[in-house]
Design a protein around this ligand. Structure first.
Ligand code: C2E
Ligand code: CA
Ligand code: CA
Ligand code: CA
Length: 278
């Protein structure tokens, strides 16, 4: 600290202290949130485009704060990633998903629950071991889960990420490339990665009925995925028009507000039991 004071501009020091004090507060709050059970698992349905049946869900975390109400992930996930706390969070989300998978009701045995991984997770060599312990604890098969990873999370340290992803794939987990089309897409990597699925970013999907370029990108991505033998999911489906367009383009799965928003697990269980829209 003495060294920094002598070499850095004097006025800069207090702002660093303010920033680190805030960081410390939020980190403490997040730790307490986990201990007090303030985190909530939300599930957003993923549907098969050919017949509208529910085939899975994406797990999305929410923070039920005592004063601030329901805090969206955008307000604490980036911070959790910076501080490394995301490892605790990821494990919490996966554990919750595993715990709930068994009790999602009749006919739900084949549902695949998707969990987001971030850069820090892909740098943790112990991750596969931790996940194996969760599977054993809840007696659920790896095949019931998919991990969503962005291209940029992989590109941070491709060799290490690849080693972990290979291991997860060998264990039977499915892998998906999230926000496809927004990162530094490297088709060479796509070929080497043990992925099963591509998730087209919602920025292309949401406006594809009005923007020709977006429709072209979606169509090309579907073709690319299929030529590589991958499943393709469109996220951000907000209208029946987009649903129908995707269906005509041969997209496999869709996720979006038009079919269902992220919802508490109990509500999702009821959602699964309802008759599929045809
Ligand atoms: P994401 O992984 O791309 O998740 C999809 C986001 O799009 C979710 O926002 C979802 O609610 C939203 N979404 C889904 N369908 C629609 C739609 O039709 N229209 C619009 N406008 N939005 C839609 P959410 O839950 O706020 O999460 C935001 C981001 O926070 C996620 O983006 C993900 O990067 C991160 N996140 C959320 N939960 C977790 C988690 O458990 N772990 C990690 N590592 N990241 C998470
Ligand atoms: Ca995701
Ligand atoms: Ca996404
Ligand atoms: Ca995203």
């Amino acid at each position: 600290a003495a060294k920094r004071r002598s070499s850095g501009p004097v006025l800069y020091a207090p702002s660093i202290d303010v920033a680190s004090a805030q960081t410390l507060t939020l980190l403490t709050e997040l730790r307490e949130a986990v201990e007090r059970g303030e985190l909530r698992l939300y599930l957003q349905p993923k549907l098969a485009l050919d017949d509208g049946r529910v085939i899975g869900a994406e797990a999305l975390v929410r923070w039920q704060h005592r004063e601030r109400g329901l805090v969206p992930p955008g307000e604490f996930i980036p911070f959790a990633e910076q501080t490394g706390f995301i490892r605790v969070l990821t494990l919490w989300v996966f554990e919750e998903a595993a715990r709930h998978h068994r009790r999602l009701g009749a006919g739900a045995a084949e549902l695949v629950l998707s969990v987001n991984l971030s850069t820090r997770d892909l740098l943790d060599p112990e991750l596969p071991l931790k996940f194996a312990a969760v599977l054993a604890r809840h007696r659920v098969p790896a095949e019931a889960f998919c991990f969503e990873i962005t291209e940029s999370a992989i590109m941070d340290d491709p060799a290490r990420a690849l080693a972990i992803l290979d291991r997860l794939s060998e264990m039977g987990f499915q892998l998906s490339i999230d926000d496809f089309g927004t990162g530094y897409s490297s088709l060479a990597y796509l070929k080497r990665l043990p992925v099963d699925e591509i998730k087209i970013d919602q920025s292309f999907v949401r406006s594809m009925q009005s923007e020709r370029d977006d429709a072209t990108i979606v169509r090309s991505t579907i073709d690319l995925a299929h030529n590589l033998g991958l499943q393709v999911v469109a996220e951000g489906v907000e209208s029946a028009e987009v649903w129908n367009m995707l269906r005509e383009l041969g997209c496999d799965q869709a996720q979006g507000y038009h079919m269902g928003r992220p919802m508490p697990v109990d509500e999702f269980a009821r959602f699964v039991e309802r008759k599929p829209a045809s």
